[in-house]
Design a binder for this molecule. Structure first.
Ligand SMILES: [Zn+2]
Length: 198
């Protein structure tokens, strides 16, 4: 087997976190012990890049996504000039899954991004946060978080209303189309019957 090129620093670790296969998606982060609300669990690290570079990477990501590839978002705003690209091997926190009822959140602390506990977390629980995706391309990111309130898509909480409305509108439109098709079909049948010589 080929040795992997190690270009970055060692993977970020935290006494609160261990990695394990996740029922939600891929590898997830799990609490090694009980975590109190407000604890900074693990730092979300990455490459510090300029806004221009960030825009360029985001555009490339969108193009990948339009081509049917994974278009995960790992870009965080650090300040007016710099963003953080967390899509690097050493950023262990990138493995944290999204949840519709997350137990963690991302917190901006003096130029650093942390994954912090939103509430008390039990030992062994999977750590999750709201990815905060915009609702615009809501269909691109299915959610399998398995929580009772799961929206079915990875979209930031304050935009759920818009997605729910869109889902309803689509269901209504599908119903209308199906009805119209049924009507056309039965009309067609009637016409055929009329045409038949008696
Ligand atoms: Zn969900």
């Amino acid at each position: 087997m080929k040795n992997q090129d190690k270009t970055g620093p060692d993977a970020m670790t935290s006494p609160w976190v261990r990695l394990a296969a996740s029922a939600v998606h891929g590898t997830g982060l799990y609490a090694t012990k009980a975590i109190a609300e407000g604890t900074r669990v693990i730092e979300y690290v990455g490459e510090k890049i300029t806004k221009a570079e960030s825009d360029r990477r985001d555009k490339a990501r969108q193009e990948r996504q339009e081509g049917g590839e994974d278009g995960c978002v790992y870009l965080f705003e650090l300040n007016k000039r710099y963003d953080l690209d967390g899509d690097v091997e050493w950023n262990t926190a990138r493995l944290s899954n999204h949840s519709c009822a997350p137990n963690c959140e991302t917190e901006h602390v003096r130029g650093h991004i942390w994954i912090s506990a939103l509430r008390d977390i039990l030992e062994g629980a999977e750590l999750s946060y709201d990815y905060g995706f915009d609702w615009e391309n809501w269909k691109d990111h299915l959610c399998r978080c398995g929580t009772p309130s799961c929206l079915g898509y990875i979209v930031k909480k304050d935009q759920w209303k818009k997605v729910k409305k869109a889902i309803k509108a689509e269901a209504k439109e599908a119903k209308r189309k199906a009805k119209a098709e049924r009507e056309t079909a039965s009309k067609g049948q009637r016409k055929q019957k009329e045409k038949k010589p008696t």
